[in-house]
Design a protein around this ligand. Structure first.
Ligand SMILES: Nc1ncnc2c1ncn2[C@@H]1O[C@H](COP(=O)(O)OP(=O)(O)OP(=O)(O)O)[C@@H](O)[C@H]1O
Ligand SMILES: [Mg+2]
Length: 265
C-alpha cells in the first residue's frame, strides 16, 4: 500500500432501485489533503461518504481507507476516522458532557484529558454554556458543533465530514476552519462534502465535482480555475454548467410566478 494515499475509491457504484445514486466514481485522497466532494443536492455525496464508512454496502467497486477495507475492517477504520454525518445527533437524551464521557470510554481515551479538550473546543465555538444541557434542547448549529467535537476528540488521522459547516454562524465557521487547519498541520487528512462552491474554494486543496452520481471534474483549485479560464468563464459558471444547474434562475422564478400568481390565499 502507498502510505501517502488515505482513501482510494475505484469504480464505486450504489443504486437505490432505479436511482443511480453513485454511478462509477474513482478518486484518491492523499495524506495532508483537504479534499472536497462538491455537488448539488442529490448528486450522491452522502451516499459516497456512507459507503466509505461501511454504513452502506456498495453495489460494485473498491474502497480502501488507509489500506483497510470498510466492509471487513470497520472497527479499525472507526478508530482512526472521525465522521460528521448529515443527520443530526442521535444521542438526544444525553448532555454534551455525557456524550463526551461516553466517547472517551468507548474509545479508551484519558477521561480527564478528554474533558479538558472537549471544554476547550466548546469554548472556542462559543458553546461551553451548553456543556450540561440536553442535546435535544440545543439549536441546530449547536448540535452541529457537538457533532464536530465528537468527531475530533480521539485525534483521528482522517476526518470524513458531510456538510460540516451547515448551520454554523460565521464565527463558528472560522473556528472550525482553524480546527481543520490544525488537524492538517498535525499530519491529518480531510474529505468533506459541500454543495457550496465558495466553501470548496476556500477550504480545499483538491475537489471532485459530482453530478448525478458521476464525477464530472477533478483537480486542484488552480487546475480547475485554469480550465475555466480557457473556456472564458468563472469557476462558478463552470461548476454550474458541469452540474447542469445553469438554467437561469430568472426563468425559474418567472415560471413560478406564472404558475402561482392566480392562486389566492
Ligand atoms: N436510502 C435511500 N433510498 C432511496 N434513494 C436514496 C437513498 N439515499 C439516497 N437516495 C437517493 O440517491 C441520490 C443521491 O442522494 P445523496 O443523499 O447521496 O445526495 P447528496 O449529494 O448527499 O445530496 P444533498 O446535497 O442534498 O445532501 C438521490 O437521488 C437520493 O434521493
Ligand atoms: Mg448529502
Amino acid at each position: 500500500m502507498n502510505d501517502n494515499v488515505m482513501i482510494s475509491v475505484n469504480e464505486l457504484k450504489k443504486f437505490f432501485g432505479d436511482v443511480k445514486a453513485v454511478n462509477g466514481i474513482s478518486f484518491d485522497v492523499k495524506k495532508g489533503e483537504v479534499f472536497g466532494l462538491l455537488g448539488p443536492n442529490g448528486a450522491g455525496k452522502t451516499t459516497t461518504l456512507k459507503m466509505l464508512l461501511g454504513l452502506l454496502e456498495p453495489k460494485e467497486g473498491n474502497i480502501t481507507i488507509m489500506g483497510l477495507n470498510p466492509e471487513t475492517d470497520e472497527v479499525q477504520i472507526k478508530s482512526r476516522v472521525g465522521y460528521v454525518s448529515e443527520e443530526p445527533l442521535i444521542f438526544k437524551s444525553l448532555t454534551p458532557k455525557d456524550l463526551f464521557n461516553f466517547i472517551a470510554s468507548i474509545r479508551r481515551l484519558d477521561a480527564e484529558e478528554t474533558t479538558e479538550r472537549a471544554k476547550e473546543y466548546l469554548e472556542s465555538l462559543g458553546a461551553l454554556d451548553y456543556y450540561e444541557q440536553l442535546v435535544a434542547t440545543l439549536s441546530h448549529g449547536n448540535k452541529q458543533k457537538i457533532q464536530i467535537i465528537s468527531a475530533i476528540l480521539h485525534d483521528p488521522d482522517l476526518l470524513i465530514l458531510d456538510e460540516p459547516l451547515a448551520g454554523l454562524d460565521a464565527k463558528s465557521v472560522r473556528v472550525v476552519k482553524e480546527i481543520l487547519d490544525i488537524h492538517i498541520e498535525k499530519g491529518g487528512s480531510v474529505l468533506f462534502s459541500t454543495h457550496i462552491m465558495e466553501i470548496a474554494e476556500d477550504l480545499c486543496n483538491r475537489i471532485a465535482i459530482m453530478s448525478k452520481g458521476k464525477l464530472v471534474g477533478i483537480g486542484t483549485m488552480d487546475e480547475l480555475r485554469q480550465q475555466a479560464d480557457k473556456l472564458g468563464a468563472s469557476l462558478e459558471d463552470v461548476f454550474l454548467r458541469l452540474t447542469e444547474q445553469d438554467t437561469s434562475v430568472n426563468e425559474i422564478v418567472k415560471k413560478l410566478r406564472k404558475s402561482f400568481k392566480n392562486t389566492k390565499k
